[in-house]
Design a protein around this ligand. Structure first.
Ligand SMILES: [Zn+2]
Length: 455
């Protein structure tokens, strides 16, 4: 079905809905984007996890918002994923895939798009990978990335300072203008600072919770199931703490009267692995624990409160959606708006891509993976050594059974779909590779301590 046909059908459905008495939710004046770093969807109570890690998010979504059940990030680590959320471009298009690279200074940028439409723009940033040195401040009037300048090893919580900085900016803003505010929280990212023993009592193994990610990488192949569950429980305790901080942030928005005219979008840049595929942390692979993230949208005057949207969507569509939520219809901005789905309009499902390219710790080898998700099927392409994996996500949601040999016809169908998708993606690739920055010794040390940069 062509784009024009889809628009006509959407218009017809909109007319019929109007004739049946359904009205659309009105656009918001402002929008707040909340990104919780490293939050895998399936370990939140928002997505039915057995441990009640996000009681606030679950209750808030049910009461006021809508949840996308199958939102996928474009990459399994911060820099490329956030670059997609700001540009509407896939990693294969913006090409920001390595640590030293800066956000491209050309091409689409959602903060610039808001600013050019008369919005104030601000970001409160707690992840040093997104420091202004890396160009992520592009388009923002205010870019507060010194929320806690000792965040180097994440050896303390930055969340209270993030909320305080967000409130300070909101209180000082020019109230005559609408705003786009991006708040980046960091609690679930390793180090897992919190005690998880209430969820996993009686652990007697060798881990203390104080290990660096480099140490954990070295130990993972020898870990027992109890060791893994000990780490998972600590991660869950971080999510539970994050949920309290989100409750505080939203309460602050409500106290300021902002929820009357402000849309709030909450998501994550990627998930976290607990040995589902032999590793810990994130960054290298594209399995569901690393790319399936929450996506919650709360709109003022929402008419479909508590709805759950079933199909697969990609966070590459987030920037256009943010603009659309404020009625800033940007036909030339890449991606598609998810607002039609929020309005309950049935849309043809679309396939989603993903990309991982980096240098694993302890090696100097660059490797690249790509994924292609079409409905229930997922293709993973490992560029080096050149292998393919195929998963049926309905039968095998944890991707434990590679069907690439058993289902060759399905594998080739997915390969053809991927190649067509890639041709379209490459047509939208930015002309130049992102510039590299010269890392200062301090910035380099910060990254190394977090387990980035390799050996
Ligand atoms: Zn991240």
């Amino acid at each position: 079905m062509g784009q024009r046909t889809r628009i006509l059908i959407a218009a017809l459905l909109g007319f019929l809905a109007g004739a049946c008495g359904r009205e659309e939710t009105q656009p918001a004046r402002n929008v707040v984007l909340i990104v919780v770093d490293t939050l895998r969807a399936d370990q939140t109570s928002l997505h039915g996890y057995a441990r009640d890690t996000t009681p606030f998010l679950a209750e808030w979504a049910q009461r006021d918002g809508q949840v996308f059940e199958r939102a996928l990030s474009t990459a399994p680590w911060t820099k490329p994923s956030i670059a997609s959320m700001l540009s509407g471009l896939m990693p294969q298009q913006h090409q920001l895939t390595l640590h030293m690279q800066k956000l491209p200074s050309d091409g689409p940028n959602v903060a610039e798009a808001f600013r050019s439409r008369g919005f104030q723009t601000a970001a409160i940033q707690s992840n040093h990978l997104l420091a202004h040195e890396f160009g992520y401040n592009r388009g923002f009037d205010a870019y507060v990335d010194g929320v806690d300048t000792t965040l180097a090893t994440h050896d303390r919580s930055t969340g209270p300072a993030v909320n305080a900085a967000a409130f300070a900016w909101l209180d000082a803003r020019d109230r005559s203008k609408p705003f786009f505010l991006y708040v980046h929280h960091y609690e679930p990212h390793h180090n897992y600072l919190r005690d998880g023993s209430s969820w996993f009592p009686g652990y007697r193994g060798p881990l203390t919770g104080a290990e660096s990610m480099d140490e954990l990488y070295g130990l993972v192949s020898k870990m027992s199931p109890d060791d893994i569950e000990f780490l998972r429980a600590r991660y869950d305790a971080e999510i539970r703490y994050q949920d309290d901080l989100l409750r505080e942030l939203v309460a602050g928005l409500r106290e300021r009267g902002l929820l009357e005219d402000t849309a709030v979008v909450l998501t994550s840049d990627h998930g976290e692995e607990f040995a589902e595929h032999g590793d810990l942390s994130h960054q290298y692979k594209l399995y569901e624990e690393l790319v399936h993230v929450p996506l919650l949208v709360v709109r003022p005057g929402e008419r479909r409160r508590g709805a759950r949207i079933a199909g697969v969507v990609s966070l590459v569509d987030l920037p256009r959606t943010l603009l659309d939520l404020c009625g800033q219809y940007a036909a030339r901005f890449p991606g598609r708006s998810l607002v039609g789905l929020l309005e309950g309009i049935a849309e043809e499902p679309r396939a989603c891509g993903g990309h991982a390219s980096t240098i694993p710790p302890g090696t100097n080898a660059l490797y690249e993976r790509e994924m292609f998700v079409d409905g229930r099927w997922k293709l993973v392409l490992n560029r080096k050594p050149g292998t393919r994996e195929l998963y049926d996500l309905v039968v095998d949601p944890r991707e434990q059974s590679d069907l690439s040999t058993a289902q060759p016809d399905q594998l080739e169908r997915m390969q053809r779909g991927f190649e067509a998708w890639k041709v379209a993606a490459e047509a939208g690739r930015l002309g130049a590779l992102p510039a590299n920055i010269q890392l200062t010794p301090e910035l380099e040390e910060r990254m190394r301590k977090l387990g980035y940069l390799g050996g």
